[in-house]
Design a binder for this molecule. Structure first.
Ligand code: C2E
Ligand code: CA
Ligand code: CA
Ligand code: CA
Length: 276
């Protein structure tokens, strides 16, 4: 948080020109990142709220060079989106995550892996065929893949979007709505979209214990989502109190530092799939 705070301060005080230069620097470096193998995926556990068992993993992009992290996703993903670099990077992420899930599958562990999809990728005319190709090439069962979309992506596209969502569903891939509650998705809309799960944004989880209104809203979201038969995942769970509240409110799955930070695939496998 401190590091981000520093950067936030730097960006805030920087002139427009300096900020544009910083983005160009990131963009230039990012162009080399894929060919130079500087990108990798970390995996964060999702646990069943009742049993605490690991029931999934979210793939999260990391950028390292010479053993240290160059930039955080919140810094370079926006640049990747503006520059279009998110297309090759996103395709790589999807393939890499499917390969990993299939590797675990072949070792006898069926761990569904979720992948974040950016709006630019999702809007691309070839998105469905990329997805289909990756599943065919890796041999991964579609139900071991979940795509995390944001409210805006699902809401803004009209009939074409709904059609695409249905095709993806028919292929067997699961869909979840990320950062739920921060956009403008009303719960009543949820029943129109073939969405399996929604992820309650961590801003709600963060304030649950200290703010009564947040607690009430969160409970209501969980109850309504459950009544629509959606899986409900809370992200950013850091304390036992938050975990207990969310479990009692009816959350299906929990994700956050309390259960494990994002970690390299080898560590995820060692610590969480094959505990000693
Ligand atoms: P997100 O999809 O909402 O991912 C959750 C973020 O919360 C991750 O940050 C994760 O490390 C962090 N997190 C997990 N548990 C906790 C917790 O208990 N407390 C707190 N404070 N944070 C927690 P990360 O990895 O830095 O990623 C930030 C964002 O960058 C993601 O937000 C996502 O929007 C984007 N992103 C990351 N990887 C990809 C990717 O492969 N493709 C795309 N399109 N976007 C990605
Ligand atoms: Ca996500
Ligand atoms: Ca999220
Ligand atoms: Ca987020």
């Amino acid at each position: 948080v401190k590091a981000q705070g520093q950067h936030g301060y730097r960006f805030f005080t920087a002139s427009m020109n300096e900020r544009a230069q910083a983005r160009r620097r990131i963009e230039a470096a990012l162009r080399q990142a894929l060919p130079q193998h500087e990108l990798s995926l970390h995996y964060q556990p999702k646990v069943d709220a009742q049993s605490g068992r690991v029931v999934g993993a979210e793939a999260l992009l990391r950028w390292h060079a010479n053993g240290r992290e160059l930039y955080k996703p919140d810094q370079f993903i926006p640049v990747a989106e503006d520059s279009g670099l998110i297309l090759p990077i996103g395709a790589w992420v999807l393939r890499q995550a499917c390969k990993q899930a299939q590797l675990w599958r072949l070792r006898g562990h069926s761990i569904p892996v979720s992948v974040n999809v950016s709006p630019l990728q999702f809007q691309h005319a070839d998105f469905y065929s990329w997805l289909d190709d990756v599943l065919n090439e890796t041999g991964l069962d579609a139900d071991l893949l979940e795509l995390e979309l944001t409210e805006r992506m699902v809401m803004s596209g009209g009939d074409a979007t709904t059609g695409l969502l249905r095709r993806i569903k028919q292929r067997g891939v699961r869909l979840s709505l990320d950062d739920f509650g921060t956009g403008y998705c009303s719960l009543s809309y949820l029943k129109h979209f073939p969405i399996d799960a929604l992820k309650i944004d961590r801003v709600f989880v963060h304030d649950l214990i200290s703010d009564r209104d947040t607690a009430t809203i969160t409970s209501a979201i969980i109850a309504m989502a459950r009544s629509l038969n959606k899986t409900v995942i809370a992200e950013g769970v850091e304390t036992r109190e938050q975990g207990a509240f969310l479990r009692h409110a009816g959350c299906t799955q929990l994700q956050g530092f309390l259960f494990g930070a994002p970690m390299p695939a080898a560590e995820f496998q060692q610590r969480l799939i094959e505990p000693a």
